[in-house]
Design a protein around this ligand. Structure first.
Ligand SMILES: Nc1ncnc2c1ncn2[C@@H]1O[C@H](COP(=O)(O)OP(=O)(O)OP(=O)(O)O)[C@@H](O)[C@H]1O
Length: 252
């Protein structure tokens, strides 16, 4: 249903939030995790989300990627409004149109590199395009390790498998929650350069939550959150500028 609408009516943004609020907890003691956040992430751009602890970054990412439903407001993935979807449709959208990268890699230990990467296609009952699989594995620098299992790879290599897995469905957007949080600085740099590469050379849209100003400096723009609200945006950021802005936002 949504596929037809997408091709008939292309839109500029990959992800769009219109006045999204999220309230957790009970009516007696509500926690306003997001407060009327509106933003448009254009296709083919790399956006980092930063903010003090508890400012709503993960909630923002989860709402943007359909992992959580806003209390009010609307979230669009291309021309599909996620709140109009039932749980089955939302699961399908997440599986086929969004690539996920988490801090803990979340690979399946019993599967090889190749099997981990093609798993989203098998789950969606889609045929694996061998040429694209090879292209993606080469892009992440793992073309020589197809038959290895995650335990035989370094943390950085495992995260690059996770990046390949996120790309294999050719999603509308890739969302990454602290993708370098568990990596040393060299492996972090490789993963960030890879995310930059998929934006610049594969036209992907990337949304990344991070605590690290150096990681944020790889993005085209940084969105700052404070107390669940948008607290500014920085284009072509340097790590020094990001660190300085964060210091002004409070403890982080
Ligand atoms: N499931 C939940 N139930 C109740 N409150 C929640 C829940 N998830 C998040 N919160 C609260 O919502 C607010 C925003 O949380 P969120 O995890 O989005 O912040 P964050 O910026 O990602 O934090 P951190 O940097 O520490 O990971 C916090 O006050 C948090 O305690």
């Amino acid at each position: 249903m949504f596929r037809t609408a997408r091709s008939a009516n292309p839109v500029d943004w990959s992800i769009r939030l219109d006045s999204v609020s999220k309230v957790y907890g009970s009516a007696k003691s509500p926690v306003q995790a997001l407060d009327a956040v509106s933003i448009e992430l254009r296709r083919g751009t790399f956006t980092a989300v930063m903010g003090p602890s508890g400012s709503g970054k993960s909630t923002f990412l989860n709402c943007a990627a359909g992992l959580d439903r806003p209390t009010s407001g609307s979230v669009w993935l291309g021309d599909v409004e996620l709140s109009n979807l039932d749980e089955i449709q939302l699961t399908e959208v997440r599986r086929e149109r969004i690539g996920f990268i988490f801090q803990a890699y979340n690979l399946l230990g019993s599967l090889t590199v190749e099997e981990n990467v093609s798993l989203p296609l098998r789950l969606a009952d889609r045929k694996t395009d061998r040429a694209f699989l090879r292209e993606v594995l080469t892009a992440v620098g793992l073309g020589e390790h197809l038959k290895r299992r995650p335990s035989e790879l370094s943390g950085g290599q495992q995260q690059r498998v996770a990046v390949a897995r996120a790309l294999i469905t050719r999603p509308d957007a890739v969302v990454a929650d602290e993708p370098t949080g568990a990596l040393d600085s060299r492996s972090s740099r490789q993963v960030l350069e890879l995310l930059r590469h998929v934006v610049d050379n594969m036209g992907q849209t990337v949304l990344m939550v991070t605590h690290d100003p150096v990681a944020a400096s790889y993005a085209d723009s940084v969105v700052f959150l404070a107390d669940g609200r948008l607290a500014g945006e920085m284009h072509s950021p340097t790590s020094e500028q990001v660190a300085s802005r964060m210091t002004h936002l409070g403890e982080w």
